[in-house]
Design a protein around this ligand. Structure first.
Ligand code: Z15
Length: 841
């Protein structure tokens, strides 16, 4: 349908074009207008929720105006776009970010002040958009920020979950999950009821020969679910470029059919159809780095992928180009294997619906896709059972078989007679039942495969994808080390530190070229600067101490060393080793005399993170941390020397309070298991040091900031296999300190020992897969070195300044530029007014 206004009438449109506010007065006018019209309230009943709503609507209007212009500019310029497909976008709050990115937070602050509100209170009203589990989802959010800030033509595609990641409550020391219904008021999304796609499931395939003798395949029957688009504007920092995040929501395809059932008195089934459809986008699966293989999850994946591809193909078809030009207009990045069905769906569209030949279509497909791998953990690698696939997506399964056959034939040609190799690399695993190996499908269907840190990218090439490196050659495999957006993780989370840095570097330009931080190094010995720096860290600790007091009731001393480990709870991340170390510390304090105790450095051990609801070991770790806290925090002998805190419901907005308040943070995964880690980067960028293993991005952080500025410990990844082997086949002595920790637990020091026997048993009797006993000694002696170093505050502060100065590499802007150049082949489309907000001031 042609919806464009004819030329003669466009004058009126131009004359009355929406104009975004720029001044305080205009902002206030917008807020009052929204309160009095959109919200139907007034100054007599405007609480903080209403003020938040109105302020957000004012900014939203502004973003949408720029969003429209950006999309028009991109369409007009006819450039290649990148589409980032991710089942998770862990966005956090939008208002603060929007205000800062468009450079109007000060205006909003004064305006809200005039209207009777404090901006901090208003920001606090917003519910986090928590459409993700952990690192993978937050990485996608940082990438969106960088794509917009660098003015790349880019869209995100995801699912509009009605329930994001669950809220975590701690009840009697146990994790309890509470649903996260976040959509009752969300001003940041635009329903696009006109953009709807019918998505098919189940049914049958029928083959026939057409008049020319060509085999035609049709996918018939089954059920249809409707996907509706919801758009979220993504503002760039210091640029009008505003990108789009399109989230799909599911609904029953036809209300009328239901209505008929309803009229016939079949109420229950009419409602059931509706609910079954809506269930698809109802809830985010709460597993991080674990594949559960549930049918509904596969339905989510296909629903989202099919709707997104329909949308992308529709946009391409409007350009009237030949299909061969598709990869010149479209790059699609697969965030992990979750969207791998997109490979199959595009091939299906091209051969079944558009009539292309197999080879021509496949050439287009592989040029279009890139695949990012985020893990080597076997339990996280997605596999789908063939029978399940056959039932839900019969046509896709047959295409997968064809892809596999063509692929295996080419392997066979180059490696005649190597049956083992064919079995190893087959997309179909010959198990009972047979399984589709999604990572292999993603590799075969993409032109580039990347890992997320150097060690990780090396590991995938030498372990899980080794055969594929031989088949496709090493150039197909590359590395793009992860990064974080300094806008949210420095400027927004730590405004005072950002301002102090800006005062020395002559403006905020470092937020768009993080290597400019280098110039800070010359202040590493500047007395006044160090004083300001230390004062900001202290203030951030005071803020966290207040949060701890109000949420847990425990008083902590802000002058103590804050030791923080916040991330999803997982055995490979080894929170259990941390809490065993804390118990060791507690036992050591208890064994000391009063004089000796005076010499100790007070420490607050802070934990936070969610356990997947079905991950029993992780839940046991949460329980142990809370149980240790209950004993230690109430032990008069110990006082301020040691406090143990579990912070409930760790999420993005809490991270913004926690990250700036650390002295030391823990990134202590078993070497070779954490693909990258990204909170390590956040903590260092905020003037905290880290204790960590030689794993993931810790290695590159060390290279950048210098080995003297990081506390590394533990075994190396190349030794892990042998150590595991030794556990199984050798006889070994338990580390003496760890044995004492286990004795304390078994002696019911922290409550009923039975509660924790699985945790202790995993190390003592079940092979200690994560090498806690091997690394424990090195861990606690390195913690002693941390104490020692912290005593010399002057030196410590210098180390943190030098570290921040050397963190430029870890901006997600650098990642995006690398992807753009080496994988997507796209260029920024810079608006004329970019960079005019005067960052140099
Ligand atoms: C997830 O958050 C990550 C990997 C996964 O396979 C899944 Cl399913 C979820 C994380 C990695 O564990 C982490 O090391 C990495 O920094 C992050 O992805 C972003 O790449």
């Amino acid at each position: 349908v042609e919806a464009s206004i004819p030329e003669p009438q466009r004058e009126a449109w131009k004359r009355f074009q929406a104009k975004p506010f720029e001044t305080k007065d205009d902002f206030e006018k917008e807020v009052v207008r929204h309160v009095e019209t959109t919200l139907a309230r007034s100054m007599f009943n405007c609480d903080e929720t209403a003020a938040y709503a109105a302020a957000s609507l004012a900014f939203r209007d502004r973003l949408i105006t720029e969003w429209n212009k950006t999309q028009q500019r991109q369409t007009f310029a006819d450039t290649k776009r990148v589409y980032y497909l991710s089942l998770e976008f862990l966005m956090g709050r939008a208002l603060d970010n929007a205000m800062l990115n468009v450079g109007l937070k000060d205006v909003a602050k004064d305006g809200l002040g005039d209207l009777g509100f404090r901006i901090e209170d208003i920001i606090e009203q917003e519910h986090d958009a928590a459409l993700g589990n952990g690192g993978l989802g937050r990485l996608a959010a940082c990438f969106l920020d960088s794509l917009a800030s660098l003015s790349y033509p880019a869209w995100g595609y995801g699912l509009r979950y009605r329930y994001g990641i669950f809220k975590q409550e701690i009840v009697d020391g146990y994790q309890v999950e509470v649903p996260d219904y976040w959509l009752d008021f969300n001003p940041w999304e635009f329903p696009r009821h006109d953009i709807a796609v019918d998505i098919q499931f189940y049914g049958n395939i029928r083959k026939y020969q057409d008049d020319t003798g060509k085999t035609v395949v049709v996918w018939e029957g089954g059920e249809i679910v409707k996907a509706t688009a919801y758009d979220v504007p993504i503002p760039g920092f210091d640029t009008p470029a505003t990108n789009n995040l399109r989230l799909w929501s599911s609904k029953a395809a036809s209300g009328e059919f239901d209505f008929q059932k309803f009229n016939n008195g079949d109420y229950e089934s009419s409602v059931a159809d509706q609910q079954r459809a809506e269930t698809i986008s109802a809830v985010l699966y709460p597993n991080d780095s674990l594949d559960r293989g549930k049918e509904l999850r596969l339905k989510q994946q296909y629903f989202w992928v099919a709707a997104s591809l329909y949308d992308i193909v529709r946009r391409f078809k409007k350009t009237k180009r030949a299909w061969g030009e598709f990869p010149d207009q479209v790059a699609i990045q697969l965030n992990d294997t979750h969207p791998t069905l997109a490979v199959v769906e595009l091939q299906r569209i091209l051969i079944d619906l558009e009539g292309l030949e197999w080879d021509e279509a496949w050439n287009i497909v592989t040029k279009t896709f890139g695949y990012t791998n985020h893990t080597v953990l076997p339990e996280a690698l997605e596999k789908w059972s063939v029978p399940l696939f056959q039932n839900l997506l019969p046509r896709h399964l047959s295409i997968i078989y064809d892809i596999n056959q063509t692929f295996l034939q080419s392997v066979e040609r180059k490696n005649p007679g190597d049956r083992d190799l064919l079995q190893r690399v087959s997309i179909i695993e010959e198990s009972q039942p047979k399984m589709v190996r999604m990572a292999y499908l993603a590799i075969v269907g993409s032109h580039k495969v990347n890992g997320v840190a150097e060690l990780h990218s090396d590991l995938i090439k030498t372990t899980i994808f080794k055969d594929f490196v031989n088949i496709f050659g090493p150039d197909k495999f590359t590395n793009v080390t992860n990064g974080i957006t300094p806008r949210r993780w420095l400027h927004q989370a730590n405004p005072r530190l950002s301002a102090l840095i800006a005062s020395k570097l002559g403006g905020l330009a470092f937020l768009k070229d993080l290597t400019l931080l280098n110039d800070l190094e010359k202040f590493a010995d500047d007395k006044d600067f160090k004083k300001d720096w230390a004062e900001i860290k202290h203030a951030n600790k005071v803020r966290l101490a207040k949060h701890i007091k109000t949420t847990t009731g425990v008083t902590v001393n802000p002058s103590a060393l804050f030791d923080i480990q916040v991330k999803r709870i997982h055995e490979y991340k080894r929170q259990q080793m941390n809490i065993f170390g804390v118990i060791h510390r507690y036992l050591t304090i208890k064994a000391m005399g009063a004089e000796e105790r005076k010499k100790l450095a007070p420490r607050v051990s802070i934990f936070g993170g969610k356990a997947a609801p079905g991950y029993w070991m992780a839940k046991t770790i949460v329980h142990l941390v809370n149980s240790v806290g209950a004993v230690v925090n109430n032990d008069k002998d110990v006082g301020d020397l040691l406090k143990v805190i579990f912070l409930e419901d760790y999420n993005v907005s809490k991270a913004e309070i926690i990250v700036p308040a650390s002295d030391i943070s823990e990134h202590i995964s078993t070497a070779g298991t954490e693909a990258s880690g990204t909170s390590n980067m956040k903590f260092v960028l905020n003037g905290g040091l880290i204790i960590g293993t030689c794993d993931g991005a810790n290695i590159e952080i060390t290279r950048e900031i210098g080995a003297e500025n990081i506390f590394l410990f533990g075994n190396l990844s190349e030794d892990v296999e042998d150590l595991r082997h030794a556990h199984t086949y050798g006889n070994r002595d338990m580390d003496a300190d760890l044995a004492k920790v286990f004795e304390a637990i078994k002696g019911n020091m922290f409550g009923d020992a039975n509660s924790f026997s699985a945790l202790v048993g995993a190390v003592e009797n079940h092979g200690d897969y994560y090498l806690v006993s091997d690394d424990f000694h090195s861990y606690i002696t390195t913690q002693d070195m941390v104490d020692e170093a912290y005593r010399d505050q002057d030196e410590w502060v210098s180390k943190t300044i030098i570290s921040v100065a050397r963190m430029g590499f870890f901006t997600s802007d650098r990642c995006i530029n690398e992807y753009a150049e080496s994988i997507w082949n796209i260029e920024p489309l810079v608006p004329e007014t970019e960079g005019q907000s005067g960052l140099e001031r």
